[in-house]
Structures are given as structure tokens and as C-alpha cells.
Design a protein around this ligand. Structure first.
Ligand SMILES: Nc1ncnc2c1ncn2[C@@H]1O[C@H](COP(=O)(O)OP(=O)(O)OP(=O)(O)O)[C@@H](O)[C@H]1O
Ligand SMILES: Nc1ncnc2c1ncn2[C@@H]1O[C@H](COP(=O)(O)OP(=O)(O)OP(=O)(O)O)[C@@H](O)[C@H]1O
Ligand SMILES: [Mg+2]
Ligand SMILES: [Mg+2]
Lengths: 258, 258
């Protein structure tokens, strides 16, 4: 069965989509079969990996709605061999509104992801703790929370951990009972000593839940998105490529110890 | 009647809260009476301006819910003279879920903001185009969309303009019929020539709808948030303070021409 990872932070703009794409691509380049699931109606995972929004009609909206389309109906290949995408469309936002009144609405995604032929599934979540993100929490065995170096990014951590605990008590996966949760520091700028000191002090209580790998601020990461490529393909020599490569290695070390 | 401005971008992390606080504070320091309305359940507007989350129980959740509390019941002063806050709590997210099934759900905020004793009301919106943001659109005469220098920030503009048009056709305010919409470029880094060229080219069609003022990336803005102060009070000599001061002047020029 696939190992399911959700990339979640209700704070906007912390690097969820950037991490989903670059960590997934790094694992695909290491030979794993990886599926990205875009659960954000903005549809940025598809844009960032170069899947043309006009090349698909059905998306996660049809899987999460009463149509209950199967995942295999909507999954598309990407330009990276071994990396696939289940895309999102803006229409997913309307489907989410309708989910609020359905029973077992938390478990819809979990059921849809059963026995898919991938080693890893990475779910890119929208910036909220609504029904789409709760579905991701319920379906996952591992949560990665990208956190940029700022006060607002920290404020939401306590709310997020509460939501993780709440869903954990309902969740199906034995794996989830082990509650694997990791914070990933992103857009780190070594020059900002005062800010860095503050943030590193604030997350000291979560030290054991934080990846050792830190993703530095690196314009190549931003430019890669403009070119709709993973950072490895845009500029293999960039610090962004090195940092996400290192993250993939640390992630695999953690996974293989389970 | 107050002039109501919404700060909206469904893309996360583009500088909505940063702009709400610093533009509002700049206008208060120029002698206007300004109210900030936090419509984001994350409650970051209050955190950024130093209003202690334990100092209030009722918030915008009670105004938007069936309790229909009046705004004057929940408005709090801030440390800036002439600047007030209608705070948000995480509970607002649950209230929003319940709004989806109510009639005239778009007009709840518009009704609540009638004849309040302020010159300007700035509404800080969450990173989505859901029912809270639609309420803000419906209540506003002016929309400011902060946009950082990246591909994802641009992608959402077309969706946003569609939503603005849709709500405009329903909206009450004569003022809104004039559809005042402005893009604000934020976190601009002069060194990133390739990225800047791409973004400036992409927004060329919106040139007449873009503020001349550009907010440069400036760590003092981030540090001011850590200290829970407007940037003018944290470091009056910073480029962040100068940029937001200039934005306030350009905003007032636009407003007085109406
Ligand atoms: N390490 C980095 N260095 C430089 N820029 C970065 C880095 N990581 C992310 N960015 C930029 O920051 C912006 C936010 O990243 P991204 O869109 O991935 O965040 P997100 O959490 O997915 O946002 P949302 O909450 O809207 O889904 C992007 O424009 C991206 O280019
Ligand atoms: N001009 C700037 N220079 C440096 N940092 C900035 C600037 N503007 C905003 N930031 C930083 O970028 C981050 C995102 O800003 P902010 O939280 O205001 O965005 P937002 O659009 O309100 O996010 P959300 O979508 O979560 O509501 C903040 O941590 C802030 O410190
Ligand atoms: Mg994203
Ligand atoms: Mg905000």
C-alpha cells in the first residue's frame, strides 16, 4: 500500500506547493513511483510541474464529489518519469462547500487512495483547516508542515497540532497512530539573524519534530516555477536543488526506520 | 458613510495582513479614523498589531453568525491612536461553514458595517474565494490585491477578477459600480531581474489597475510583525516604512479623486 504524506499549513504561502513538487520529483528521480494529489482548488501543483490545465477536464473535484470518480480516471503523467499527478480545478472549491453536509465526509479521500500502485503519495493542501485538509489528515500516515521564518507561520502551529491530534483519534491507519509529524523550515535567509533567532527559539519545543534539512531562500526555486519545472531540471547546481535533494534523503531515512 | 476597502488574494502569503496593518496605521497616523476588520480565522491582523488574543471573547464570528452581534460590541482599540480592530478567532471558520446554507449569505457583512463612525474600513481576507471573501467583496467599494513576484501569484488574478465582476453585478454600492480594483506588488527584490521581468510583463495588461507604489522586500517589515508593531513604529527609517507611507499617499490621491 502506498505511503501517504500530506503537506499542510493553514498559513498561506509557506512553501507547501514548492515542497510537494520538489520532494516528489526528487523521490521519482531516485527511482520511486510517486503520485502528487492536488487538493488545493488553485491548482498550482499542476501549474508548477507543467501539466497544461486545458489537458484535463476531470480532476479531484470529481473524485471528492458525489460522482465518486476513481483516481485512475483522473491521474495524468508529468514530464518526470515515475511522477504522476491527480490535478485540481477551481471547481473543487464548490465541491468542498457541498461536503460539509455529508456523513463520513472526512474519509472520502482515504477511500479513494486505497491500493493505488505508488510507493509514495504526496497531497498538496490548500491554506486552511477545512474539509479538504481534514480529508488529507485522515488519509495520511505522515504530515509535513512547511514553515517560513516569520511570526504568523508559528502562530498556526498550535491550531494545526490540535487538528492533527483530533483526526489522529479517528484515523484508520496504524501508521498514523505513530503520529509522524515534521516541520520543515523554508525560505531561510542566513542574513536575517534577528528573525532567525526568534523563530528558532520559538520552535525549540518542537525540535524533535523538525527536519534537520533547512530549505534556504533561493531564487532558482521561484524561477523554476515560472518555467514549470522541478528545481533539479531548472538549475541542478542551485542551493534549492541541493536542499530538496537533502530533504529527500532525510525523508527516506525516516521512512525506512518505520 | 465609511469607505470600505478589502485586501484580497486567494493565493496565500502575498502580504494581505501586512498591507492591511501598515496601510491602516499609515492612514491613522495621517489623522483618519480607521477600522481593521479581520475576516481570516487565523486572526493574524490582531496578532500583528499587538491585540492580545486573550483580551477578547467575542469576535467577527459572532457578527457573522446567527447571533448577529453588532460590530460595536466587538471593536477594540489598538496601540495606534485612531486605529481600531474587529478581531477574528479560529471559531470564525466554523461559522463560515454554516453560512453556506443561509440565504443572502453574501450580504451579512455589508449590513453589519453600515453607518460605523470611521473614515476607512480595511478588511483583511483569508486566502480563499469562499463565503467570507465574497462577503468582503459585496461590502466593499475598493479592492486591493497584494501580489508577490511569482508565477502562482499571477495565476489567480483571472479567477479573482471573475469573482469581482460576479459580485459587482450583485453589489449594493454605487461606488463599487465604478469597480475600483488595484494590484499592489509586494516583496519586490530588485536583484531578481529574471523573475521581475517575467512578472512585470505578465501584468502589463493590468498596468492601469496597478499601484505605482511597489513594496520592496524588507526584513524590518517581518521583524515589526514579531514585535507586533506597525513598521513605522518598529523602524521609521526602514524602506518598508517609506514604501507603505508612499502607498498611503497614493491611495488617498485615488480616493479624493472619486
Ligand atoms: N526556498 C524558496 N526560495 C525562494 N522562494 C521560495 C522558496 N520556497 C517558496 N518560494 C516562493 O514562495 C512562494 C510561496 O510558495 P508556495 O506557493 O509553494 O507556498 P504555498 O504554501 O503552497 O502557498 P498557498 O498557501 O497559496 O498554497 C512561491 O511564489 C515560491 O516561488
Ligand atoms: N515587503 C515585505 N518584505 C519582507 N517580508 C514581507 C513583506 N511583506 C510580507 N512579508 C512577509 O511575508 C509573509 C506573508 O505575509 P502576510 O502574512 O502578510 O501574507 P498574507 O497574504 O496575509 O498571508 P495569508 O494568505 O496566510 O493570509 C509574512 O511572514 C511577512 O513577514
Ligand atoms: Mg500551494
Ligand atoms: Mg493574512
Amino acid at each position: 500500500a502506498p505511503f501517504i504524506v500530506s503537506i499542510i499549513n493553514q498559513k498561506g504561502g509557506t512553501g507547501k506547493t514548492t515542497t510537494t513538487i520538489n520532494l516528489s520529483a526528487a523521490l521519482a528521480y531516485l527511482g520511486y513511483r510517486v503520485l502528487m494529489v492536488d487538493l488545493d482548488p488553485q491548482g498550482h501543483t499542476g501549474i508548477g510541474i507543467g501539466v497544461d490545465p486545458d489537458s484535463f477536464i476531470e480532476s479531484m473535484a470529481e473524485v471528492m464529489s458525489i460522482h465518486r470518480k476513481s483516481m485512475s480516471d483522473i491521474i495524468l503523467p508529468t514530464y518526470v518519469s515515475g511522477l504522476w499527478l491527480a490535478p485540481a480545478r477551481i471547481h473543487l472549491a464548490h465541491v468542498a462547500e457541498q461536503l460539509y453536509s455529508r456523513v463520513f465526509r472526512e474519509a472520502i479521500l482515504h477511500q479513494a487512495l486505497q491500493s493505488l500502485p505508488y510507493d509514495f503519495i504526496f497531497i498538496d493542501c490548500p491554506p486552511s483547516l477545512g474539509v479538504l485538509t481534514i480529508n488529507a489528515l485522515y488519509a495520511s500516515g505522515f504530515i509535513i508542515t512547511p514553515c517560513q521564518m516569520s511570526r504568523y507561520s508559528l502562530e498556526g502551529l498550535a491550531d494545526l497540532l490540535l487538528s492533527v491530534e483530533m483526526v489522529k483519534s479517528l484515523a484508520p491507519q496504524e501508521l498514523f497512530k505513530r503520529n509522524i509529524f515534521r516541520i520543515l523550515l523554508t525560505m531561510f535567509d542566513k542574513r536575517n539573524k534577528v528573525t532567525n533567532e526568534y523563530v528558532l527559539e520559538e520552535i525549540r519545543p518542537y525540535r524533535d519534530l523538525t527536519f534537520k534539512t533547512i530549505i534556504l531562500r533561493n531564487e532558482a526555486i521561484n524561477q523554476a516555477q515560472i518555467e514549470q519545472r522541478a528545481v533539479f531540471d531548472f538549475d541542478p547546481a542551485s542551493t534549492g536543488a541541493a536542499d530538496y535533494q537533502q530533504l529527500a534523503v532525510e525523508f527516506l531515512q525516516l521512512y525506512h526506520r518505520l
